[in-house]
Write a protein that binds this ligand. Structure first.
Ligand SMILES: *Cc1c(COP(=O)(O)O)cnc(C)c1O
Length: 384
């Protein structure tokens, strides 16, 4: 599908995929092969070895590029493998400015893996993008952000980060896992690389672990494709197929995630035992105006604390929901409930965690696409 002018819903279903040339199969086959037969050395159909290229992966890479309004897509075995590939663009001595409210695994790979290779990470509050300027020096190479952030649903102004990145010739990387391309397209707002844990909304069915990078710059794509092939953290064709199938319904799922999210955020906000509710759709969210400017909706990720702020009370809620399953991860059709302090963000030291606003009683919801009345009734009985 060459026509880039199609709207998202059409691209989600058609971009990157062509009927299979050998049979006409409408669904891209799962090319479960490790190698490809050559007619003579070098005389092949563009496929030599399956770490380097696989047709199922190619279809997905092209589809992901199209839905993020990018030119190139690269797929990885997980979101963390995609993060790892981007960090490998750096050299010892380089510095990166990173949003301080971010996915725990990203914090871990930067502080526990790449810091050992002489790369310095500054974790800062990016709710005002101008804060970034104070950390830029001649060694700075990259700005890394996530928006909405995990789990506090803070909003970072992508366009403002893009302006700063351009002024100082830095790469701007945006982890778009929480918003998905349905809600925002960071490349259109000045990002150089968009990262996805496709494990979440893109896959959407909690049945695959997968990561992706999307970009516009050919030289950057070449470097990252070299890392993808050299380091080898590639997904198998079956996993690519699952994501390819998942994205076909992204728009329909996201519409419902947003509707359910709004109703549940408002329900929680009026609950007498609930403390603070974090959801970027509230008009009094500190960066609601930026959210409105850069997003097309506010999504189904909500965090909240309990008025008591007691760990025990949070545990009671976590143990007593029937529909919201207690599990890590997010973005699937089924609703999940989690406790960042002991689960996704368990690798962040308590002092650092509290300093960044992740209270002991903080509960995170990934609101699924079930009937919202049933979801609200479930929360009602669990919170008590
Ligand atoms: C899950 C997640 C990741 C890591 O992705 P995996 O597929 O689990 O490796 C990175 N960023 C965000 C925001 C995530 O939610």
């Amino acid at each position: 599908m060459e026509n880039k002018n199609y709207k998202l819903a059409t691209k989600l279903i058609h971009a990157g995929v062509e009927p299979d040339p050998s049979t006409g199969a409408i669904m891209t086959p799962i090319y479960q092969t490790s190698t490809y037969v050559q007619a003579a050395p070098g005389d092949h159909k563009g496929y030599e070895y399956a770490r380097t290229q696989n047709p199922t992966r190619t279809a997905l890479q092209n589809a992901l590029a199209a839905i993020e309004n990018g030119k190139y897509g690269l797929c990885f075995g997980s979101g963390m493998a995609a993060t790892d590939a981007v960090a490998k663009l750096l050299q010892p001595g380089d510095e990166v400015i990173v949003a301080n409210d971010l996915y725990g695994g990203t914090y871990r790979i930067f502080t526990k893996v790449f810091a050992n290779y002489g790369i310095k990470f500054h974790f800062i509050d990016m709710s005002n993008a101008e804060n970034i300027r104070g950390y830029i020096n001649e060694k700075t190479k990259m700005i890394w952000t996530e928006t909405p952030t995990n789990p506090l649903l803070n909003i970072v102004d992508i366009a403002a980060c893009g302006t700063i990145a351009k002024e100082h010739k830095l790469l701007l990387v945006v982890d778009n896992t929480f918003a998905s391309p349905y809600l925002q397209n960071p490349l259109d707002q000045g990002a150089d690389i968009v990262l996805h844990s496709a494990t979440k909304y893109l896959g959407g069915h909690s049945d695959v672990v997968h990561g992706a990078l999307i970009m516009n710059d050919a030289a950057l794509e070449e470097k990252l494709r070299f890392i993808q092939n050299s380091c080898g953290a590639v997904p198998g064709p079956h996993d690519c197929w699952l994501v390819l199938r998942g994205i076909k319904t992204l728009h329909v799922r996201m519409q419902r995630h947003c509707e359910n999210g709004e109703k549940i955020a408002n329900y929680l906000r009026n609950h007498p035992k609930v403390g603070k509710v974090y959801w970027c759709g509230f008009e009094d969210h500190p960066n609601h105006d930026i959210a409105k400017k850069q997003m097309r909706g506010f999504g189904g990720m909500i965090s909240f604390t309990l008025k008591s702020d007691r760990m025990d009370d949070a545990m009671h809620v976590l143990k007593n929901t029937q529909l919201f399953a207690l599990a890590e991860s997010l973005g699937g059709v089924e609703s999940l409930i989690g406790h960042p302090a002991s689960m996704t963000h368990g690798s962040i030291p308590r002092e650092e965690r509290i300093k960044n606003g992740l209270a002991d009683s903080l509960i995170r919801l990934s609101v699924g696409i079930e009937d919202v009345d049933d979801l609200i009734a479930d929360l009602a009985q669990a919170i008590g």
